[in-house]
Design a protein around this ligand. Structure first.
Ligand SMILES: Cc1cc2nc3c(=O)[nH]c(=O)nc-3n(C[C@H](O)[C@H](O)[C@H](O)COP(=O)(O)OP(=O)(O)OC[C@H]3O[C@@H](n4cnc5c(N)ncnc54)[C@H](O)[C@@H]3O)c2cc1C
Length: 519
């Protein structure tokens, strides 16, 4: 017999060996010796009150052996001679589209502008140490896409868009720990992601798919509203049956290409702001109600904050406990910050984007002449502003949090995880009012919601500009562009995802749609 039980365990009990079995036997009224195994199905931490509680959902096996593998199986087929589906971009959307093609008996041909995960590392070092951004290989471009050197947070709100569990099981199948199937807020960590992504690549190649690195797509050849071929930067032309366009929201050249070809696009609302960085122990002491070090059983604490300022959302985005701020620009001449963390989340800093909703219809009248690309041009200008304020390198402009809110230049800054370095700059006056004044009000309120959050020991760092796509590439109910037969806009770049898991789910859906068109 198998019974499911919910258990609440406090910190002292959590340290006791066999506590789950003991508590389950008591709750179910069965002898401890009859419990053959316990499988944890879900685990979360509730730290809202002073007494921290671990919430468990477990399956209790009573006089019953545990089946060895209860997970999904992935029925990959040899597709070396099968019909081709072209996929542009090898981020989460492109990777999962390729895997789905193989499951369904089609051969994915992937074109990726960046390098494989190993070679990509050298270019990341060049950004951090020499401030030199390779426009094809950086924190956003290359094998695994923007998700590779990220936090690998797998939390998503897009539960209705697909089978989240299936995406997680696939990560486990390719080497992620089973813990991601259990945790309420699962994450993989930037140190573990490259190996998993390499396993995905090797699996695609093993079953006969193709992956071409350093192969930037520069043109789409369209005849009579049907996509016929794609051009690569190296001069190669490839004829195509169907193309999944999964180039992410940093591939501005793709938006420009579509715009130049008069292919329908739409301006899309998005969010921008700054990244705030606190010492992790401050966030731990607020969230865990402790003084000094957090308990060894507790992970680096996270937070999620939101407030409406003049009917506009100001909120935390991509919070990275125990993480690093990274330079996420995709071209020289811009500064963009983002966050990542290792699997242990053991860096002494906690960083998070704090961003303001930008309504492209109302907020950017001066950019109207850019048409559908107005949000993109506004985003670019903010990144240029950060570049100039930082001193025209990857050094980022920054200010102590209290100075930012109270409107004065910081004489000095706190130490930071951001490797290229910080320069004190008056972000409070440099940022457009639309963003700066709402952020300043928002931070004031956040300080009341989390006592200790509003502190001179935190820095704000500019700018967090790539939260989601400022452009939408439309598609119809078959997920195909309404004007171009055979073009399937996909993932974050199309405006259909906002993170690793939602991009992966969209990749699977687009693969199914592209295959339907070709069969
Ligand atoms: C530093 C950082 C940390 C992040 N942390 C998290 C996190 O913890 N959790 C989370 O859910 N999300 C996180 N994100 C966001 C997440 O990475 C993206 O939402 C996700 O990767 C989007 O997937 P995608 O496949 O749609 O696009 P992308 O991952 O952007 O992939 C697009 C790919 O297309 C390639 N490409 C672009 N143009 C061309 C072209 N012309 N020809 C060929 N190839 C091209 C790019 O090189 C890239 O590899 C983070 C992002 C960054 C930058």
């Amino acid at each position: 017999m198998i019974k499911e039980v919910q258990l609440r365990i406090n910190l002292i009990e959590e340290k006791q060996e066999g506590v789950l079995k003991w508590k389950a036997s008591k709750q179910l009224g069965v002898d401890k010796n009859e419990i053959t195994a316990i499988k944890i199905l879900r685990k979360s931490i509730d730290a809202r009150k002073r007494q921290i509680i671990f919430n468990y959902k477990i399956a209790v096996y009573i006089n019953e052996p545990v089946p060895e593998n209860t997970g999904y199986t992935f029925d990959y087929k040899d597709v070396s001679a099968a019909k081709e589906i072209h996929i542009i971009g090898f981020g989460p959307a492109g990777m999962y589209a390729a895997l789905r093609c193989i499951e369904l008996g089609y051969k994915p041909v992937v074109l990726e502008r960046g390098k494989n995960v190993k070679d990509r590392r050298r270019d990341l070092r060049a950004i951090n140490q020499f401030h030199d951004v390779n426009e094809d290989s950086n924190y956003c471009f290359g094998e695994g896409g923007a998700g590779t050197y990220s936090d690998g947070k797998l939390y998503t709100r897009s539960l209705k868009r697909g089978d989240v569990r299936r995406i997680f099981e696939n990560f486990v199948f390719h080497g992620a720990t089973e813990q991601i199937l259990i945790d309420a807020h699962p994450h993989i960590g930037t140190n573990k992601l490259p190996k998993i992504i390499q396993n995905i690549r090797e699996n695609i190649l093993k079953y006969g798919g193709e992956i071409h690195f350093e192969s930037r797509v520069t043109n789409l050849i369209i005849k009579e509203n049907k996509l016929q071929a794609i051009h690569l930067q190296n001069g190669t032309e490839m004829s195509v049956n169907a193309v999944i366009l999964a180039t992410g929201h940093s591939a501005r050249d793709i938006y420009y290409l579509l715009h130049k070809k008069n292919i329908a696009l739409k301006a899309k609302s998005f969010a921008m702001g700054v990244r705030v960085e606190h010492p992790q122990h401050i966030i731990d002491s607020i969230q865990y109600h402790c003084k000094g070090e957090r308990d060894e059983l507790l992970p680096a604490a996270a937070y999620s904050l939101v407030h409406q300022v003049n009917d506009r959302g100001v909120y935390s985005f991509c919070m990275c406990p125990g993480g690093f701020i990274v330079p996420a620009a995709t071209a020289n001449g811009e500064v963009v910050v983002n966050g990542m963390s290792p699997s242990k989340r053991n860096n002494p800093f906690a960083n998070s984007g704090i961003v303001v909703e930008i309504n492209v219809e109302k907020d950017l009248p001066k950019y109207n002449h850019f048409g559908e690309l107005k949000g993109l041009e506004y985003q670019k200008d903010l990144e240029k502003l950060a570049f100039n304020a930082g001193g025209k390198s990857q050094v980022a402009p920054a200010q102590r949090l209290t100075d930012f809110v109270e409107g004065r230049l910081s004489n000095d800054l706190n130490s930071s995880s951001y490797q290229p370095g910080l320069k004190s700059a008056p972000l409070h006056s440099l940022l457009p009012k639309l963003i700066g004044s709402k952020l300043r009000k928002g931070f004031g309120v956040f300080g009341k919601k989390m006592n200790g959050y509003y502190t001179a020991e935190a820095n704000v760092v500019g700018v967090e500009s790539r939260t989601s796509s400022p452009v939408n590439i439309p598609r119809n109910e078959n997920l195909e562009h309404p004007e171009i037969e055979g073009l399937f806009p996909c993932g974050e770049g199309g405006g259909y995802a906002g993170g690793i898991v939602s991009a992966a789910m969209d990749g699977e859906r687009c693969a199914e749609a592209a295959i339907k068109r070709c069969s």
